[in-house]
Design a protein. Structure first.
Length: 363
C-alpha cells in the first residue's frame, strides 16, 4: 500500500508533527518574524536541557502558539524533511533553514486540515530523539480523510533542533488527496445494489432507503459513521448490517468513490405509503424546515439531507430510532444528536406519522 521506499520501512508511522500542530494555530505568525526575534532564543537554557526536553518544548510551543520561542529552538541551518512522493504530496521534500520550515508549514496548512494529533512515545539516543505519534486529517481540496501513525526523528545539537525527519504511511495521505472516482465507485456499488437496488432507488422490503435523494455530503458522512461504529451497532439491526458493508470498503477513498457514483444516478422518487393528518404534519414540520429547508430540499451546508421523495417508511423508522436512542447518542454524531432532540420534541407516535406524511406529499 505504501508507494515510496520510506513508507515500507515505517508502515506504522504517519504524518506531520510540528507541521500539523503548528499549521492549525498559526503558520501566519511564523511567516515573517523580525530578525531580533530569531536572536532571542534562550540558548543558555537550551544548552542545559536534554534533547527530549527540547523536543517536548517544541511541541508545547506549537500548542500554545509561541512562535518566537519556536524560532529560538531551531538552528539557523535546520534541515527539515518530510519523506514521501513529492509529485503526489505537495509538502513532501527537504526544507532548509527557518524560512524553509515556515514555507513547509504554509504548504501543509494549504493542503490539509488536521483534526486531531498526538504523541505516544519519546525515545532518546545521543543527540537523536524519536517520537511516535498519530494524526487524523482532511484534505482541503477533496474532502478525503486519512488517519496515520508517524515517526518523527529530531537531531538536537548545542541546545537547538538541527534536523527533523518525518516518516509516514504516505499511501493514506495520497489516497485522501486524490479526487473521488465514480468509475471505481461503480464497481464498489455492486455490493450495495442487492439491498438498495441497481439504480439506488431503495427497497422498502429490505429497509434499504432510496440513495438518490439525500445528497452526497450526507451520504458520505453516514458511510463514515457506519465504518467507525458511530452509527449502527447491535441495537440497530439494519444499521448493524451497514456497519459490515461500510467496513468492507478498503479505505476512505472507496467511500468517496461510491458516493461519487451514486451522484451520477438519476434521482428517483419513492411513493407515499403512510396516511396521516397532513395539516397537523405541516404545522409540525415548521420545526424541521430550518435545517431541511421549507420544501424538504435539504441543506448541504448543514449536512441535512433532502427528505422530499425519500421513502416515508424509512423516515418514520429513523425518527423512531432517534427517539429510542438507537441513533444520535454517539459523541461524534453532532448532527444526530440534534435530530434526536428534534424527534423527542415531537409529542407522540402519531405526530411522527403526521410529519412524515406531510413530507411525502411535498413535490
Amino acid at each position: 500500500m505504501i508507494p515510496d521506499r520510506i513508507g515500507t520501512r515505517c508502515h506504522m508511522i504517519g504524518s506531520c508533527l510540528a507541521a500539523i500542530t503548528l499549521c492549525l494555530a498559526a503558520a501566519s505568525a511564523l511567516a515573517h518574524p523580525a530578525a531580533s526575534d530569531i536572536q532571542t532564543a534562550p540558548a543558555a537554557m537550551n544548552a542545559s536541557a536534554t534533547p527530549t526536553a527540547i523536543v517536548k518544548d517544541l511541541y508545547a510551543a506549537f500548542e500554545r502558539g509561541d512562535f518566537e520561542h519556536i524560532d529560538g529552538l531551531l538552528a539557523a541551518d535546520v534541515l527539515w524533511t518530510f519523506h514521501g512522493p513529492q509529485h503526489l504530496i505537495p509538502y513532501a521534500g527537504v526544507y532548509k533553514g527557518r524560512e524553509g520550515v515556515r514555507r513547509f508549514f504554509d504548504v501543509v496548512r494549504a493542503t490539509i486540515d488536521v483534526r486531531a494529533i498526538g504523541q505516544r512515545q519519546f525515545v532518546e539516543s545521543g543527540d537523536t530523539v524519536a517520537v511516535v505519534g498519530w494524526e487524523r486529517s482532511v484534505a482541503r481540496e477533496t474532502g478525503g480523510e486519512f488517519a496515520a501513525d508517524w515517526l518523527h526523528l529530531f537531531t538536537v545539537k548545542n541546545g537547538r533542533i538541527a534536523g527533523f525527519e518525518e516518516f509516514t504511511d504516505s499511501a493514506a495521505i495520497v489516497g485522501a488527496l486524490e479526487p473521488a472516482d465514480a468509475a471505481r465507485g461503480r464497481a464498489y456499488f455492486t455490493t450495495c445494489a442487492g439491498c438498495h437496488g441497481p439504480a439506488g432507488q431503495g427497497n422498502p422490503g429490505m429497509h434499504a432507503p432510496n440513495l438518490t435523494r439525500v445528497g452526497g455530503p450526507y451520504l458520505l458522512r453516514q458511510l463514515r459513521h457506519f465504518a467507525r461504529d458511530v452509527r449502527g451497532g447491535p441495537q440497530d439491526f439494519y444499521g448493524w448490517q451497514m456497519n459490515g458493508r461500510a467496513k468492507a470498503l478498503p479505505d476512505d477513498r472507496a467511500l468517496r468513490d461510491v458516493v461519487a457514483f451514486i451522484g451520477t444516478l438519476p434521482e428517483s422518487r419513492s411513493p407515499a405509503s403512510i396516511r396521516a393528518n397532513m395539516a397537523r404534519g405541516k404545522a409540525l414540520y415548521v420545526g424541521c424546515a430550518g435545517c431541511h429547508g421549507p420544501a424538504a430540499e435539504g441543506r448541504p451546508d448543514l449536512l441535512a439531507p433532502a427528505l422530499a421523495g425519500l421513502d416515508d417508511g424509512y423516515q418514520l423508522s429513523q425518527l423512531q430510532a432517534f427517539r429510542r436512542g438507537q441513533r444520535g447518542t454517539h459523541k461524534e454524531d453532532t448532527q444526530g444528536a440534534q435530530m434526536r432532540a428534534a424527534a423527542l420534541a415531537l409529542p407522540s407516535e402519531a405526530a411522527l406519522r403526521e410529519v412524515v406524511a406531510y413530507i411525502a406529499a411535498l413535490p
